[in-house]
Write a protein that binds this ligand. Structure first.
Ligand code: HEC
Length: 264
């Protein structure tokens, strides 16, 4: 036999032999699956579940050593760090910590692992998906206030800058409607602009109606996280229990705001 043939045969024998080494490619049972808004679950399933759950989809090459060793090792490590299939067994404190870590990893582009993205381009996080994860992992509560604003300064009024412009408005102290009056919210595109449509609770709807009835001709200032985003003039009483937040939002921002306002 030629020397080269001999070497090839030996290599082949080794490749076959290593296939016999047992690899733990198991998917343990799911006990304590995470509960989250459907959009969040969808993103996590698409981008994280192959490594961070007990529902790994093992691809064909995960059956070929030595790739199989590497993948099984990675999945086990990933599950030890974070496992969405057992998430609900974490304490409240551990969950809060995990949420913080998740955002840290994805916002820095560390997760999903880069090597994985080469073979699973669909798992790459879009701007949208990042917005969804940001809203979910940010445990800080978003604040929303509806107050009456004047165009001229006056006693007892608070000066507030308008969004990203140089304009100022002067606000009364009374908060007529706040985030706790929101029942649900959705991001929608209106004439090329992303806005957040909010649906008030019954009580919130009454408060909004009262605000509009008593302040016709004035501005209804909408303040999101302490920043004045819009202040439409009140033309007539509004009795439909709905309002639109138009704040120069990008799509991702609108979705994040809608998600956070809907979360309670
Ligand atoms: C291809 C497998 C794979 C995918 C997909 C993946 N991860 Fe990971 N992840 C790992 C491994 C392996 C580790 C542990 C080693 C490390 O930190 O690099 C880890 C660690 C982590 C940690 C803990 C980091 C630390 O150091 O404490 C977090 C949080 C995390 N991943 C979040 C995510 C999220 C969120 C996604 C989806 C958007 C995701 N991962 C997708 C493999 C993966």
């Amino acid at each position: 036999m030629r020397r080269r043939t001999k070497v090839a045969l030996i290599v082949l024998a080794i490749v076959i032999a290593i296939q016999l080494v047992p690899v733990n490619r198991s998917n343990p049972p799911v006990r304590g699956e995470m509960v989250a808004p459907p959009r969040v679950v969808e993103v996590l399933r698409q981008s994280c579940y192959d490594c961070h759950s007990n529902e790994t989809r093992w691809p064909w090459y995960s059956y070929v050593a030595p790739v199989s060793w590497f993948l099984a090792y990675h999945v086990n490590e990933a599950r030890e760090e974070l496992n969405f299939s057992t998430w609900n067994r974490l304490t409240e404190k551990d969950r809060t910590e995990a949420l913080h870590e998740i955002w840290e990893e994805v916002s820095e582009g560390e997760m999903p692992l880069r090597g994985y993205l080469i073979l699973h381009p669909g798992a790459r996080l879009s701007e949208d998906a990042l917005g969804i994860l940001q809203a979910w992992t940010d445990s800080k509560q978003l604040t929303l206030e509806f107050r009456i604003a004047e165009e001229e300064p006056g006693p007892g009024l608070t000066d507030m800058k308008f969004g990203r412009t140089d304009k100022h408005l002067y606000l009364h102290d009374r908060v007529w409607v706040s985030q706790s009056d929101v029942d649900s919210a959705v991001a929608v595109e209106q004439e090329g602009q992303w806005v957040v449509e909010i649906l008030f609770t019954a009580e919130g709807g009454e408060k909004f109606e009262e605000l509009t009835e008593q302040n016709i001709g004035k501005h209804c200032a909408m303040i999101l996280d302490e920043s004045l985003i819009s202040a439409p003039e009140i033309m007539a009483p509004i009795r439909v229990g709905r309002a639109v937040l138009a704040g120069d939002f990008t799509e991702a921002e609108a979705r994040r705001v809608a998600d956070e306002l809907s979360r309670r």
